[in-house]
Design a protein around this ligand. Structure first.
Ligand code: HEC
Ligand code: HEC
Length: 418
């Protein structure tokens, strides 16, 4: 096989895209052409990989996200628990770890919009007596134990119930050995792993994770037909008698478009499952914050059962019934981990009718992003959504923020802390 043949192959390949020179061509020729397309494709891929530095940071992050060689033992990646087919959440109540027999204790949340959860800070508000109190806002993980996304993405690699690497050295070794070309050849262990974490953060900030292209967004943009009658009634209940909007914001908050979360923490008194979970109180050391968990975004919630931090409630209808009658049907919901810090003001006896409940359930469908609904069986990743706005203001959100001192004296939301 000499150079001339290579040239003729190349010429035909170009012809395929342009002049259609192969239409009606010999079978043999087609085979050669396809062969060259394949070879050239592989060659291009290998050059990309071997030359290093060719991958953008988000693309590098995407590869790491799906790489099952980075756990110990191998076989688990981020995607094992954050499945692109279900809005990057896990439909199992809790997820098994890389080590057979180990399981986590919380329901793996969706990663949609996770990059828009603000870094943790203390926010001043006023309590019932008009006194200033500081409450925790933002932070990653359901108990807020990571200050920001960069701190969060490193954790699963070393969690013994997740990817179970011993230390930075082990992870760096795997990254250097992985299919990343020269990306990770140079640098100390800590530099290699830091680059991987930064790549994951860049990946999770991609438009595909924050498209704001659900029907509710069309509705808010002025297309009143985008919601059904039931969904519109549901939205009305959500913002009035249901009181949902006080935590699941429908206006601009830390981001311009509504995230359907205020990034605060609360104890809803959800049913206990297994052992006691300290929640935010376990992180801050304040008794008043025991059993509090982050207010999640409700975007794509219809795709991500089961619900609540421990996956204790299976369906959206049951979630709504829980909000409506938690304090009326106590036996139905059973024990909760920290009864003394449960929010008894905003929910538990809402007095909603069965139809109201159905309308609220219907509304949740309007929160599902279009590009996730459009994924078909064979696709293993959603298509990049078009028209996601990028401005300086939005990019500024992603700059690193100062860490608050959580041990500073303050009055926690539920009052009974120090
Ligand atoms: C074994 C299952 C499992 C694996 C593997 C896993 N996660 Fe998670 N992930 C979870 C669970 C469970 C939580 C919630 C845990 C908590 O809050 O304590 C979570 C939480 C998160 C969050 C926080 C979301 C929020 O709302 O605060 C992010 C971001 C995240 N994971 C990204 C990743 C990335 C990136 C990887 C790969 C490096 C990964 N996860 C691997 C199960 C997993
Ligand atoms: C006082 C704040 C607050 C109010 C009011 C509130 N929620 Fe929530 N919501 C939360 C918190 C906190 C969680 C997570 C609780 C947990 O995991 O233990 C949550 C979780 C949820 C979930 C489950 C999400 C998931 O991914 O598991 C749904 C659905 C939901 N809320 C809908 C509603 C609706 C509908 C209303 C109004 C009827 C409402 N919420 C009112 C704070 C609130």
């Amino acid at each position: 096989m000499g150079m001339p043949e290579f040239r003729s192959g190349w010429g035909n390949v170009r012809g395929l895209g342009g002049e259609g020179s192969c239409i009606g061509g010999q079978m043999l020729n087609d085979v050669w052409v396809n062969g060259w397309v394949f070879l050239l494709g592989t060659f291009g891929f290998l050059t990309l990989v071997l030359s290093g530095g060719e991958l953008s940071l988000p693309d590098l992050g995407r590869r790491i996200f799906f790489d099952e060689s980075l756990s110990s033992p191998v076989g688990q990646s981020c995607a094992s628990c954050h499945d692109p087919k279900t809005a990057f959440a896990d439909l199992r109540r809790v997820s098994p770890g890389a080590v057979v027999g180990r399981v986590g204790r919380r329901n793996a949340p969706s990663l949609m919009y996770a990059a828009l959860i603000p870094p943790q800070k203390l926010e001043d508000t006023y309590d019932d007596e008009g006194e200033v109190e500081y409450i925790v806002e933002g932070g990653l993980f359901l108990d807020g134990r990571a200050h920001d996304l960069l701190e969060q993405v490193r954790a699963p690699f070393f969690d013994e119930k997740e990817m179970n690497n011993k230390d930075e050295e082990e992870l760096a070794r795997k990254l250097r050995r992985g299919e990343y070309g020269d990306e990770f050849r140079e640098g100390l262990d800590a530099e290699v792993t830091r680059r991987a974490f930064e790549a994951l953060v860049a990946f999770l900030r991609e438009p595909v994770f924050r498209p704001f292209n659900a029907r509710i967004d069309d509705y808010w943009a002025g297309d009143k037909e985008a919601l059904s009658l039931a969904e519109r009634r549901g939205l009305d209940i959500f913002e009035t008698s249901g009181g949902c909007v006080s935590c699941h914001l429908t206006g601009a908050g830390t981001w311009l478009e509504p995230l359907l979360s205020d990034s605060g923490y609360d104890n809803l008194g959800v049913p206990s499952v297994g052992g006691v979970d300290l929640g935010l109180g376990g992180v801050t050391g304040l008794r008043g914050e025991l059993g509090q968990f982050k207010v999640p975004t409700l975007r794509n919630v219809a795709l991500t059962p089961p619900y609540f931090h421990n996956g204790s409630v299976g369906t959206l209808r049951e979630v709504m019934e829980f909000y409506n009658k938690r304090d009326v049907e106590r036996e139905r919901w059973g024990k909760t981990d920290f009864p003394e810090t449960v929010n008894r003001e905003d929910m538990g006896d809402l007095g909603l009718s069965d139809e109201d409940i159905s309308d609220l359930v219907a509304l949740m469908d309007a929160f599902t992003d279009r590009h996730l609904l459009e994924m078909d069986e064979e696709e293993d990743f959603p298509k990049t959504p078009q028209g996601v706005p990028e401005t300086e203001e939005r990019r500024a959100f992603f700059k690193e923020k100062e860490r608050p001192d959580l041990s500073r004296p303050r009055r926690p939301r539920a009052g009974s802390g120090d």
